[in-house]
Design a protein around this ligand. Sequence first.
Ligand SMILES: C[S@@+](CC[C@H](N)C(=O)[O-])C[C@H]1O[C@@H](n2cnc3c(N)ncnc32)[C@H](O)[C@@H]1O
Length: 512
Amino acid sequence: MKPRSKIEFGDFQTPLVLAREVCSFLVRQGIEADTVLEPTCGIGAFLVGAAEAFPQAHLLGWDINQDHVEQARSATRQARAAGRATLGVQDFFAHDWEAELAGISGSLLVLGNPPWVTNATVSAMNGSNLPAKENFQGFRGIEARTGKSNFDISEWMLIRLVRALRGRAATVAMLCKAGTARKLLRFAWQNDGRIASGALYRIDAKKHFGASVDACLLLVRTGEAGPAEAKVFAGLPAKRAETTMGLAGKDLVSDIRTYRRLKHLEGLCPYQWRSGVKHDCAPVMELRPGNGAALQNKLGEQVLIEPDHLFPLLKCSDLANGRLDPERWVIVTQRKVGDNTGTIARTAPRTWDYLNTHRKHFAARKSSIYKGRGPFALFGIGEYAFAPWKVAVSGLHRNPRFVLIGPVNGKPVFFDDTCYFLPFEDEAEARVVGEILNSAECKAFLDALTFTGAKRPITVDLLQRLSVRALAEDAGLANVWIAARERGLPYAAQAAPIQSEFAMEQPSSRPR
Ligand SMILES: C[S@@+](CC[C@H](N)C(=O)[O-])C[C@H]1O[C@@H](n2cnc3c(N)ncnc32)[C@H](O)[C@@H]1O
């Protein structure tokens, strides 16, 4: 466990060897610096690296931690003796960055590694290392992310710096999470942040920081607005980019070239994607085989209840790994959101007793969605959840595998809330839709839209953007799909009728 203040201040000092590697890389990239500014310099690894790599540059280093600044002072003794380094204690959030940057002339390199911590972690610790709320005023984009939502402190700092730099030519080279780099770029591209060019170079965070995160060196040139694209390299030595990410409409895509090639696959999905069932009470609600006829809950208790409310359950790892014979059951207390669960007392008294015995687990559910709901309430539930046939996918795995799932012993299979699915009455229709979604083009398109390391790469919003019609055409399955769909069974009927869906879509703009 890290000491408290280390966590609150996101204090992961960069090893000198990495700081040196980054600095010599910047020199090889042709970056010049009359001034190097390290806004959260810590014990000074980057200042030392910069003093060696940019021997003419003036160094400016600030940090909130007095002890760190003392160490950084001693590490940069020579540069200070030569009158080319100024270090001091500064709180980033209280600093007047516009004034400081206005006072710097010549070429500027903003270099470093801002704190690795989120506002939620700092708040949960009752910590104070947060931007003052009023500082958000007029800070478009980031303001919307304050309050309840979670953001990385480094994201806030990087946006603050790019905002202060706006209109001024400079290089920003910062170690950060890849997700933070992407958010900074999106913010700048959408808010006239004047990014002339941007690139991400992956860094092995496990090796250098002992942290299992997707990290990178973000390299950005500011001053004038360039294309909303950034090359992504496997590492500092890589000569060729792996991909080029970019902004497509309001969304970031991981591979803008492939996205443009397959853009015709984006459109109205004629079906409604659904999330799996949400109960936030796995210890009580999810059961595995127990002794004899009994099931066993996650508390280790043997559970003997009526079968009425028990349904086979698959989780995202089951879908992703092809483990499609359900080994768990879930207790389903409602057929639709808001149903009165009290009827279970009459229809399945043992189930009712079991649920009531564990009432405290339900009462402890943190999510506010359960407030004011009946006991044992669910979300992600409706008639669609009881459809016999489903095409399901994990939301947590980037390379999606769409799986056709039919009933088990006459019962529809349920999914947990890390999965998404389309419900079908008809096996043939489900089968062809599954085949369409597993086509190479669909996978390539989803790959272009999603990012490695994202917590939930696949979402309902993303799936809803897939035009099944265009995918079916590309896969040569359009006729089969239309024939299956025209059987007009209940779950398909929730969606737009075929004619109007076709009428709503633009003619395909795909190059032929
Ligand atoms: C991830 S460490 C990196 C330190 C240094 N940049 C390096 O690369 O080794 C983050 C640094 O941010 C400093 N820090 C955290 N909050 C700060 C704040 N509000 N103002 C200035 N520095 C801060 C910490 O003291 C810590 O030294």
